[in-house]
Design a protein around this ligand. Structure first.
Ligand code: PDD
Length: 290
């Protein structure tokens, strides 16, 4: 199955085929909206509260008014799982736009309400990649200054990821002024001398939900978690590298451009963090080391 039949349209449940958007819709014309992608394991959301909280933070940052509370939205998303009788590993996409109104850069009148929809689809864990790691490229970070907002404006991310793909890579590691920020759709980390380095949670990166968890795991495992940006050239001597996101989980990086990270195999600390992740997400099927 791909997209499950029941979707959330505003605050109502409808069949996926009934979702229609007018051509004058701000998400379509301006990318004027925010979104979330939430992981589902064996029919249950992972990090639901973190994602809902971030959606509200993103909406507030771009001055989109949501006529719904955290609790109401959470309940609707839970009901969406139930109505679809979701029991598999999957993902949910949730989008909120500023609404539909005649095209004009300035915000529409106050009586135009935000548009929201959510749908879910199967998304099995990519156990092979999680086991063996992925190749990446480096790419200039040309994005704007508000990367902490999960905005629909993803053209620079799309272009970077496509470039990675065209070079046989899984992700593009972005860098600004010589410092690594994050990847096109994930956060990125370097392990050096037993310490985990990642860009601090500033405006220059998305504050990833999995990133938050990695910080917790590091504490539990007594691994120093250093929110210090590392340089592109530090990658040459990295002991391990990995990236994180709701869809990629904790993914080992074994190659960056032409540089193999250590011996081209996932590192020990990365594997420890993957194990902590599986435990935290109550994953019992399709485990990495089954
Ligand atoms: N992307 N950085 C960027 C730019 C992202 O787009 C994402 C997530 C992350 C990781 O965030 P989280 O751990 O909360 O998933 C970091 C999602 C998966 C996407 O756009 O498909």
């Amino acid at each position: 199955m791909s997209v499950y039949p029941i979707i959330l349209n505003q605050t109502k449940f409808t069949h996926r085929d009934s979702l229609k958007y007018p051509y004058e819709e701000r998400a379509l014309q301006f990318g004027d909206g925010v979104y979330e992608v939430i992981r589902i394991y064996q029919g249950e959301y992972h990090l639901l509260k973190e994602h809902v909280d971030r959606l509200f933070r993103s909406a507030e940052a771009v001055k989109i008014k949501l006529d719904i509370t955290h609790k109401e939205l959470t309940d609707l998303l839970l009901e969406l799982l139930e109505r679809n009788q979701m029991e598999e590993d999957g993902k949910m996409y949730l989008q909120v736009s500023r609404g539909s109104a005649p095209r004009d850069h300035v915000f529409p009148a106050d009586d135009v309400s935000a548009n929201m929809y959510a749908y879910m689809e199967d998304f099995p864990r990519n156990v092979e990649l999680l086991k063996n790691g992925v190749s990446t490229i480096t790419h200039r970070d040309v994005r704007w200054e508000y990367c902490y907002i999960k905005s629909l404006n993803l053209l620079p991310n799309v272009l970077a990821k496509q470039e990675a793909k065209e070079h046989g890579g899984y992700e593009a590691i972005l860098h600004k002024d010589g410092l690594v920020t994050e990847c096109s759709s994930s956060n990125v980390y370097m392990v050096k001398d037993g310490e985990i380095y990642t860009h601090p949670a500033t405006n220059n990166i998305l504050h990833g939900c999995v990133r938050m968890r990695v910080e917790d795991f590091a504490k539990e495992l007594n691994l120093p978690f250093k929110e210090e940006a590392f340089k592109v050239e530090d990658i040459q001597t990295a002991d391990e590298m990995f990236l994180t996101s709701s869809t990629s989980e904790i993914m080992p990086i074994v190659k960056v451009d032409n540089t193999e990270i250590q011996d081209g195999k996932p590192g020990k600390i990365t594997k420890q963090l993957q194990e902590a992740y599986e435990k935290d997400a109550n994953i019992t099927k399709n485990k990495i080391n089954a």
